[in-house]
Design a protein around this ligand. Structure first.
Ligand code: THG
Length: 916
């Protein structure tokens, strides 16, 4: 007999319909449910469908038989609620093993009977595992958001008991379904692994989520993409959606799963939406018509039904799938994926991920005090402020000798989960205590980062910890420590990291992209000569790791670097900016930092910069003394307590014109003085619009330039963009009052990721940055066919078209789009961007087929600048001429190498010279 794994490659499989709806039609009474076995159990038994496998097995058998007759390839056991947690409601928790065993055997017998009748159509049994009646990620008590009615361990134990019985009873797969809380699902997959180990048999794991709102989030608030990141560690056979809505409303979410995963896809929707009485009245024919769309569009491998469906619905499926091809599993890139409520994907466009360091009792006196005093609201405020300041991940550390470390970690993480504006980002669980890390992992539904493990206690512990982290689905920071201690030289750092990498990848099977090395940021300028080369060693080790340990990321606790300058925040922050500038250039892609920092490399005055670089790059023997000297001078200028902060913080305002202040505020993303400065500007300028087009735009252009040259990183750019938005909001009423209506649009821009490509991070960044620069954006999303681009470009009369793509086939598709534009006689400039695109390819392949300018852009910071040149009649010709000359040059030199052999880096280098 063919296995489930073989059969699914050949055709679309039919899953059965609802068990509950069918049971209802039998109008069973309390005695039916209770039987003789449970006569003495207190309370009501009616409604406990799962007990019927023991008390009315004839009914269950008949229902399975009806579905098998209707053509179901897979039937589900009658065990949706059959674990201790739910069964406790009926006081029958001690019968869980029996219920599951019996249910699995009934289904097994029914399926085998049908297989025997027609071996060409083998029938399978999926063990149904529901979400239980409790949720691990939310508090049932409104007054106590940190409270949970159940723990991860309790739930996974309950699931394990159920699953062992299902496997023992002979199921072909486990279907973890109607998932509304990812943490419950994580407990289920954890249990599945344990159950398979115990029963000695592996079965495929099928996952099915239910979305709770039309935005497509789970009840516990995750987006589907965040959910998939949380489940990335599981060897998933199929992923899908069930319950929630009818087939029609579920379709867009099914498309998300199909496009963004590499699993088989299942769907078992409800029979439409419930009416006001909670009944489902979509007819089998109506439902079949909607499900047929899934099939026709190649979205699914398994189709079935949930609430409201019966065998009448399922029997129509055979016709729908006849001669239709099953969904072909997608491919996903191997970027590091993390999640909170939302997905965070570290794509190549994101050059640096800043992890907020402030929720650390050892790193912030204020945070320590708040936790000590149990002022959790204020402590949460610190987390929120970091997210607002652009932190992409939040580090949480409760390691303090006088705190109940584990309890505080759990409480704080639970509290974060009830604050969507914080919980949207992934968490970094920071502790040197293993039990604290375990406890943290067991309360987070997202895919988190464990910070950290190391070889300091030897290989055995290291492997054991790594295996657990892998099973809990987290990424990991590995500190460059070993049995001898902290790796403090270049050679030690790379040796330890290499050893850890080999163990993780070869022994543990850890995903290399989930490994984040921390080669130890140690304090420099301490006066101890051995410390002088610490930053250089870190930077060089970073370079080595990037080139030798494929997939691994590099992080570090940046603020450690400047401990010797405690009290002098300006020097400290300037040192961090310098360090990051050099380390990011070598591939440091993550860092634990203070996200509120406002100092960027470029504004450090030359004399200070020189002395800091002397220290960081260890360029001269007396570097430390010279930096201390200048730091003292700075301090002497300060007045009063807290002077360091004050002077460094507000010095930029003194003596500066209102234009310069606005520009500065934009660059730094400081909103504190916007209202004040804009009020002042409004008195000076006759038109509010001029403030936007003058100083504000000037500031944004500067941001673009700095980003382009690696002196600002993405979160800072986004912060600037947000500040711009805020400024425009403040000015909007004045613009409206003056009658000039809206701010004059800088131009209308159509953006699209081309057909065949689903990547949109880069494009979305372009969209944000351009919108903040006053462009009207029409974003057509991903997988956009050429015809659609042409149609919308014409209809909306756009000024510029931006095409994005990340995968190689997108290059050809871009050529195709350009040809279509040409065929339709359009003359709209095109901007090209995305990881595989290059100036060389644009020059050789795209520009030649289209009459209007086609400009390749290196990153999102360039678009606004280039667009403004293209749309400004006085600049356009010169720009286009230079572009054409440049392309001509590239065509001459580039062809020699042929496109295929020019590396992306070379192509990138070539593209640097045009807009500077
Ligand atoms: N690597 C990894 N994790 C880490 C570190 C690391 N976690 C902790 C730490 N190092 C990174 N976090 C901080 C947080 C704050 C400070 C330094 C590192 C800091 N705080 C101020 C000080 O001590 O002077 C306190 C300021 C205040 O009280 O507000 O510098 O290296 N993997």
């Amino acid at each position: 007999m063919k296995s489930l794994q073989q059969t699914i490659q050949e055709r679309i499989l039919i899953l059965d319909g609802a068990m509950g709806t069918m049971i209802q039609s039998y109008n069973l009474r309390e005695e039916d449910f209770r039987g003789t076995q449970f006569a003495d159990i207190p309370g009501l038994m009616k409604g406990n469908n799962d007990i019927l496998s023991l008390t009315r097995p004839d009914v269950i058998k008949e229902i399975h038989t009806k579905y098998l007759n209707a053509g179901a390839d897979i039937i589900e056991t009658n065990t949706f609620n059959a674990q201790r947690v739910s069964m406790a409601d009926y006081h029958v928790e001690r019968y869980c093993r029996l219920i599951n065993l019996e249910a699995a055997m009934i289904a097994r017998q029914c399926a085998d009977k049908f297989t025997a009748m027609n071996p060409d159509k083998p029938r399978f049994v999926a063990g149904s595992v529901g979400p239980t009646n409790k949720t691990l990620s939310m508090s049932p008590d409104v007054n106590n958001p940190a409270f949970r009615s159940l723990t991860f361990d309790e739930l996974s134990d309950a699931y394990k008991e159920q699953m062992v019985a299902l496997i023992d009873g002979g199921v072909d797969a486990l279907l973890i379904e109607t998932i509304f809380d990812t943490l419950n699902a994580k407990a289920a997959v954890y249990a599945a692994h344990e159950a398979m180990k115990q029963s000695g048999r592996e079965v495929p794991i099928m996952i099915s989520v239910t979305v709770s709102d039309i935005a497509g989030r789970t009840l516990s608030g995750q987006t589907l993409e965040a959910f998939m990141a949380s489940m990335q560690h599981v060897n998933i056979f199929s992923i899908g959606l069930n319950c929630s809505f009818g087939a029609k409303q579920l379709k867009p979410f099914l498309e998300t799963l199909s496009n963004k995963s590499s699993y088989y896809i299942s769907a078992h929707p409800n029979a439409g939406l419930p009416n006001s009485l909670g009944q489902y009245d979509q007819t089998p024919e109506e439902m079949a018509e909607q499900v047929a769309e899934y099939v026709d569009e190649g979205l699914v491998n398994i189709i079935g039904g949930c609430c409201g469906t019966t065998e009448k619905y399922i029997e129509l499926y055979s016709d729908i799938i006849k001669d239709k091809l099953p969904h072909v599993k997608g491919k996903v890139n191997n970027n590091l994926r993390l999640s909170g409520l939302e997905l965070f994907e570290k794509s190549p466009e994101i050059n640096f991920v800043n992890v907020g360091e402030r929720c650390n009792v050892a790193g912030s006196r204020k945070f320590l005090r708040l936790i000590n005093e149990k002022k959790y609201d204020e402590a949460l405020q610190i987390a929120r402020a970091q997210v607002e300041d652009g932190a992409l991940v939040i580090d949480v550390n409760m390691d303090d000798g006088l705190l109940e470390t584990k309890e505080e970690m759990v409480t704080f993480l639970n509290l974060i989960m009830s604050e969507p504006d914080i919980a949207k980002v992934p968490i970094m669980i920071d502790s040197s205590k293993w039990d604290v890390i375990c406890a943290g992992l067991k309360v987070l539904q997202g895919k988190s980062i464990v910070n950290s493990i190391s070889l300091k206690e030897g290989e055995e512990k290291f492997i054991e910890h790594a295996e657990f982290i892998k099973r809990m689905g987290a990424a990991v920071v590995v500190m460059a420590f070993d049995e001898k201690g902290q790796a403090d030289t270049y050679q030690r750092k790379i040796d330890v990291c290499k050893r850890a990498y080999t163990l993780l990848v070869n022994k543990v099977g850890f995903n290399p992209n989930d490994i984040i090395f921390d080669p130890n940021v140690l304090a420099v300028a301490t006066g101890i000569e051995e410390h002088d080369n610490y930053a250089v060693d870190f930077i060089n080790a970073t370079d080595w790791i990037k080139n030798n340990l494929p997939g691994a990321h590099i992080s570090g606790g940046v603020s450690n670097l400047s401990f010797s300058f405690r009290g002098n925040n300006y020097i400290r922050e300037a040192m961090h900016a310098v360090f990051l500038y050099h380390a990011i250039a070598k591939g440091m892609d993550m860092g634990i930092v203070n996200p509120a920092t406002s100092i960027i490399y470029d504004d450090i005055p030359a004399d200070i910069l020189e002395r800091i670089e002397d220290v960081v790059l260890n360029r001269r023997k007396d570097a430390s003394e010279r930096l201390i000297e200048i730091a003292e001078e700075l301090r002497n200028k300060e007045t009063g307590a807290n002077g360091a902060d004050k002077v460094a913080k507000d010095a930029w305002r003194e003596g500066a014109s209102v234009e310069d202040r606005l520009k500065y505020a934009l660059m730094k993303g400081i909103i504190d003085y916007l209202q004040k400065d804009l009020d002042e500007a409004l008195r000076e300028y006759s038109k509010a619009v001029d403030i936007i087009e003058g100083p504000l735009m000037g500031g944004m252009n500067k941001v673009g330039e700095l980003f382009g040259s690696g002196k600002m990183f993405l979160p800072q750019v986004v912060k600037s963009a947000r500040t711009m938005k805020k400024a425009v909001e403040i000015l909007q009423p004045y613009i409206e009052k003056s009658g000039s209506g809206k701010v004059k649009s800088a131009g209308k821009v159509l953006l699209a990721t081309v057909k065949g490509d689903v990547h949109d991070i880069g494009k979305n960044i372009v969209s944000v940055v351009m919108a903040c620069n006053g462009y009207d954006i029409i974003d057509l999303g991903v997988m956009v066919p050429a015809e659609k681009i042409v149609e919308v470009a014409k209809r909306e009369n756009v000024d510029i078209i931006g095409l994005s793509g990340l995968i190689t086939p997108s290059l050809d598709e871009m050529v195709h789009v350009a040809m279509e534009l040409q065929n339709q006689g359009l003359n709209i400039p095109v901007m090209i961007g995305g990881a595989t695109t290059s100036k060389l390819h644009t020059a050789l392949k795209i520009a030649p087929v289209y009459g209007a300018p086609v400009v390749h852009l290196k990153d999102a910071s360039q678009n606004s600048l280039v667009a403004s040149k293209l749309l400004n009649p006085s600049q356009k010709d010169e720009f286009v001429n230079r572009l054409e000359q440049d392309y001509e040059e590239l065509r001459k030199t580039g062809k020699k190498n042929s496109v295929g052999t020019v590396s992306l880096d070379e192509a990138r280098k070539n593209s640097l010279n045009i807009w500077d």
